[in-house]
Write a protein that binds this ligand. Structure first.
Ligand SMILES: NC(=O)c1ccc[n+]([C@@H]2O[C@H](COP(=O)([O-])OP(=O)(O)OC[C@H]3O[C@@H](n4cnc5c(N)ncnc54)[C@H](OP(=O)(O)O)[C@@H]3O)[C@@H](O)[C@H]2O)c1
Length: 246
């Protein structure tokens, strides 16, 4: 008997979102993939269906179109049991330092859009008394660094938002998971030199998301080494940190 639960994946066409979709589908969940590229999502839905036999649907969603959010949620076949936000944009830090439009795109895509849609989901889950929300944030939000503080500050805000939501809903039957993947070999990091020990493949993140939903974990550092690494980085005094190339 297949699991009757359903998961909505925002940014369902992302490498991590696709891996998460496959992980849930493999366990019999119904998967709803949402994003801007309906053609790409349809190909991906076909692939997940073929590999798992799960029910998979696709839905148009733009995280920058905040006025559409209520209508988007109303248009789903049913309120899902879990929602995962894999929406994000790394952007170009150098360009964003000079160009307000690029900085705005990075901030809105990594914080404003994901936080506002998950806030609306949270209200619906609270009214029902159940549900799990997963936000993919980043270790980049654990401390601002010269090379990526625009993306990092948006992720820091998203991490704080998820923490507050978890605190608000803890006694309401609604669980909130914050995922900090570390480096992942995806389209977003293509061409970057990534340290092997601190880097994982998307399927590892997908499985970690599924496990966190089932175990009701609060915060997940997918590659575990990132937790002590970020603890050490956060512990460096600011007067020293500002002189370091890190
Ligand atoms: N890769 C890493 O090392 C890493 C590390 C830490 C955290 N993360 C986070 O993991 C998540 C997934 O990233 P990924 O690595 O799998 O990269 P990715 O494949 O580039 O995924 C990014 C996703 O965000 C979607 N997106 C961007 N703007 C959107 C918008 N306005 N509306 C709807 N969807 C939008 C993209 O959709 P389109 O195809 O329509 O552009 C794409 O599906 C992101 O939140 C990212 O910040 C990644």
């Amino acid at each position: 008997m297949p699991d009757q639960r359903s998961v909505l994946i925002l940014g369902g066409g992302s490498d991590i979102g696709r891996a998460a979709g496959l992980a849930f589908a493999a366990k019999g969940w119904t998967v709803r993939l949402a994003g801007r590229d309906l053609q790409g999502l349809t190909r991906e839905a076909d692939d997940i269906r073929t590999r798992t036999g799960a029910t998979v649907s696709v839905h148009r969603f733009d995280a920058l179109d905040t006025p559409s959010f209520d209508g988007f949620l109303d248009g789903l076949p049913a309120l899902p049991d879990a929602v995962v936000s894999a929406v994000g944009v790394l952007g170009d830090q150098g360009a964003a330092e000079r160009d307000v439009a690029e900085a705005t795109r990075i901030m809105r895509s990594n914080f404003e859009g994901p936080a506002l849609i998950l806030g609306l989901v949270a209200n619906r889950f609270e009214a029902r008394g159940s549900g799990t929300i997963v936000g993919i944030s980043s270790v980049a939000g654990d401390r601002g660094r010269a090379t990526n503080y625009i993306y990092g500050s948006a992720k820091a805000a998203f991490t704080a938002f998820l923490s507050g939501l978890r605190n608000r809903l803890a006694r309401k039957g609604v669980h909130v998971v914050t995922v900090k993947p570390g480096f992942v070999r995806t389209r977003m990091t293509a061409g970057m030199a990534l340290p092997g020990l601190l880097t994982v493949d998307p399927d590892v993140v997908g499985n970690a998301i599924y496990a966190a939903v089932e175990k009701r974990t609060d915060v997940v550092y997918v590659a575990r080494a990132w937790q002590p690494v970020m603890f050490a980085i956060r512990s460096i005094p600011e007067r020293l940190f500002k002189t370091m190339k890190i």
